[in-house]
Design a protein around this ligand. Structure first.
Ligand code: NDP
Ligand code: 8X3
Length: 251
């Protein structure tokens, strides 16, 4: 469709699938993440497969200076941006409040909340004034709090709040803000959360059919394709086996 889309956290999971979905539809994509090798490989694949332009930018969303330097240096030919997908994020640990690591809390706050706010603030001057669209990746953890979810749930509740705040404050600019809140999805999320313990990560998705990244990419792509005067504000999306953070039917 010839739009320009910036996707954070495109080296894996939802972000990668979202970049693939929009590229397949003919949009040009700025992909970001910390793992440069993955970004370069994805850029190569998407541009050769779909004939679209891909601009890989390697930076850590926790690094305020790097966020502003990289986004403000986006070449003129890539402006204006039509769509910003604030997807980069992570959970670290699954521990009771008294046992949870302060470092894990700080990394989640710095990534999931502050990183999202830095990227949005840096990208706003580049966004198309009318009909542009911001997607914020929340979670069902931003709608309900579950045991041992303390720090992560707090950051995703904050994403829910900041999405509502953005929607209000950006009204006069005609910018749409859609918050997407997925339930369990089989990406690298649990490998990261359980710090490389892949057996525990795999057990999270055993016994039922979880969401996959392409499901979320399809939903984001659908929302972005609606007429500019239509905004889906808030979406909670789970697999059919999951009703909420507490009820998951495993066979
Ligand atoms: P993945 O681990 O597969 O992908 C996470 C992405 O975020 C990677 O591309 C990673 O890139 C990027 N990222 C993480 N930290 C940083 C950082 N400091 N700076 C830049 N990029 C970063 O997980 P998902 O695709 O599942 O997660 C994507 C989003 O969806 C997250 O916000 C997550 O909280 C949310 N979510 C996930 C759910 C799930 O069950 N999978 C459910 C609900 C929400 P790199 O490491 O290269 O920097
Ligand atoms: C990821 C889904 O339920 O692990 O945000 O918090 S959950």
């Amino acid at each position: 469709m010839n739009r320009t889309v910036l996707v954070t956290g495109a080296t894996s999971g939802f972000g990668k699938a979202i970049a693939e979905k929009f590229a397949a539809a003919g949009d040009h994509i700025i992909i970001t993440g910390r793992r440069e090798d993955r970004l370069k490989a994805l850029a190569e694949t998407l541009s050769s497969t779909h004939g679209v332009n891909i601009l890989p930018l390697t930076f850590d969303v926790m690094d305020r200076t790097a966020v502003f330097e990289n986004i403000s240096a986006i070449p003129e030919s890539w402006r204006p941006l039509d769509i910003l997908v604030n997807n980069a994020g992570l959970a670290l640990g699954r521990d009771l409040f008294e046992e949870a690591s302060l470092d894990d809390w700080e990394t989640m706050i710095d990534t999931n909340l502050k990183g999202l706010m830095y990227v949005t603030k840096a990208a706003l001057p580049l966004l198309n004034t009318e009909g542009s669209h911001i997607f914020n990746m929340g979670s069902i953890a931003g709608k309900e709090v579950y045991e041992k979810g303390n720090g992560y749930c707090a950051t995703k509740h904050a994403v829910d709040a900041i999405s509502k705040a953005m929607r209000i404050d950006l009204l006069s600019k005609g910018v749409r803000v859609t918050a997407v809140h997925p339930g369990a999805a089989d990406t690298e999320f649990s490998n990261v959360r359980f710090k490389g313990n892949d057996a525990i990560a795999a057990s999270v998705y055993a016994g039922y059919e979880p969401l996959v990244a392409e499901n979320i990419a399809d939903i984001v792509h659908y929302c972005a394709g609606l007429p500019p005067h239509v905004c889906i504000n808030d979406l909670v999306v789970t697999c059919t086996a999951q009703a909420n953070s507490f009820c998951l039917h495993k066979k």
